[in-house]
Ligand binder design. Structure first.
Ligand code: 5RP
Length: 223
C-alpha cells in the first residue's frame, strides 16, 4: 500500500470512534481529508462537526456535514486529527498544515484525541520534523534569536514567495535542530515566550489513541 492508501485506511478506521448523536471534532490535513470523506458516509448519525481550519470547514460543508463554532457547543467526546510526528507516549508535533492553533483549541475541548497517521509519522523522539510555531509577526526576529539560543534554526514559512498567513492572520516559524527530549517542559516553556501564539508540540493535548497505518493494516495504540 502506498502512503495515500494508508491514509485512507486509517481515515476509515477512525469512524469506529465517532459517537452517534455527538458532534465530532475534526482536524486538518491530507489524512483528515480521508476521514472527512469517510465521515460523509455516516453523516446522518451525527449532528455535525467542529472544525480546526477553514480548509476542513470547506470540505465538511461541501459533503453536507454541518459545521458548528467551537463557542456554540460544549465539550466534545472525540477529536480526530493527524500528526507530523508521534512518539511512544502519544506526544506529537503538529502544524505542518499551519492549523496548529485551532487544532490545539479543539483538542482541548475534547475528551479523547484520536490520532490517525501512517507509520512514517512514528518516532522514538520528537524533532526530526521541523517544529511549526505560530507567531505574531512583530516578534519574528527576536523569536528567531530565542530559538537559536536553544540550538534551533527558525525560518518563516513561505507561500507563493511571501510569508504564509494562517487562518488567524499570523505567521509560522519552522524550527529545525531542537532537542525535544522533554516535550511537556518544552511546550510549557516556549508557550510563555511573548509573541508565540501556539507551539506545535502537543504534549498537554497529546493523543489518547493512535490508529497507525502500516503494511499489516491498522495498529491501534493506546497511551
Ligand atoms: C495540520 C496538521 C496535520 O495534522 C499534520 O500536518 C499531518 O498532515 P498530513 O495528514 O497531511 O500528513 O497538524 O496543521
Amino acid at each position: 500500500m502506498n502512503q495515500d492508501q494508508l491514509k485512507a485506511l486509517v481515515g476509515q478506521a477512525a469512524l469506529s470512534y465517532v459517537v452517534p448523536g455527538e458532534i465530532i471534532g475534526v482536524g486538518t490535513g491530507s489524512t483528515v481529508n480521508k476521514f472527512i470523506d469517510a465521515l460523509a458516509t455516516i453523516k446522518d448519525r451525527i449532528p455535525g462537526a467542529v472544525s480546526s481550519s477553514e480548509a476542513s470547514t470547506a470540505r465538511l460543508k461541501a459533503l453536507g456535514i454541518p459545521v458548528f463554532q467551537a463557542n456554540e457547543v460544549g465539550e466534545l467526546a472525540v477529536y480526530v486529527d493527524g500528526a507530523d510526528e508521534i512518539d511512544g507516549q502519544g506526544n506529537m508535533i503538529k502544524g505542518g498544515g499551519a492549523a496548529l492553533t485551532r487544532e490545539k483549541i479543539v483538542a482541548a475541548q475534547s475528551r479523547r484525541f484520536v490520532c490517525i497517521a501512517d507509520e512514517s509519522k512514528r518516532v522514538a523522539v520528537l524533532g526530526r520534523f521541523p517544529l511549526p510555531v505560530e507567531i505574531i509577526p512583530m516578534a519574528t526576529t527576536r523569536l528567531i534569536r530565542q530559538f537559536a539560543a536553544l540550538g534551533g534554526q527558525a525560518a518563516v514559512r513561505q507561500k507563493d514567495g511571501v510569508p504564509l498567513v494562517t487562518d488567524n492572520g499570523q505567521h509560522i516559524l519552522d524550527v529545525s535542530g531542537l532537542n525535544l527530549q522533554d516535550p511537556r517542559q518544552f511546550e510549557s516553556d516556549v508557550s510563555q515566550w511573548p509573541g508565540v501564539v501556539t507551539v506545535g508540540v502537543f504534549a498537554f493535548q497529546k493523543a489518547d489513541v493512535c490508529l497507525l497505518g502500516g503494511a499489516s493494516g491498522v495498529t491501534t495504540i493506546e497511551y
